[in-house]
Design a protein around this ligand. Structure first.
Ligand SMILES: [Ca+2]
Ligand SMILES: [Ca+2]
Length: 114
């Protein structure tokens, strides 16, 4: 699911309505917002890091959607150090490998292995 904010109107049995604002944040590591954390996301991070490192304009998700790009950057900075680089991609691949092997994975465990 693509991150963002949506307004939902709930109608109760008595006819009263209530508007609720729902905000969906990007999951850590799901850089392309497809619901999975896998090698595709790591590849996006590596391309981004290479372009940024070369001084080019680097885009993770969309150059035209600033909110989505901001969410993508948050989800790509796996270790939360403010820099999106190959270390984030490596941690993401470790997480994805554990996820495939064990069916579940914990970012805290992955980041403790540094
Ligand atoms: Ca993904
Ligand atoms: Ca980082």
């Amino acid at each position: 699911m693509k991150p963002g904010t949506a307004t939902v109107t709930v109608t109760y049995p008595d006819g009263k309505t209530e508007k609720l604002t729902v905000t969906v944040k990007a999951a850590r590591g799901d850089v392309n917002f497809d619901g999975d954390v896998n090698a595709e996301d790591a590849a996006i991070i590596l391309v981004y890091a290479a372009e940024a490192g070369a001084g080019e304009t680097a885009v993770l998700y969309s150059a035209d959607d600033a909110d989505a790009e901001s969410e993508a950057k948050q989800s790509a900075d796996i270790d939360g150090n403010g820099v999106i680089d190959a270390v984030d991609a490596a941690n993401l691949l470790i997480y994805a490998a554990i996820l495939v092997a064990e069916g579940t994975a914990d970012w805290a465990d992955v980041l403790r292995q540094d």
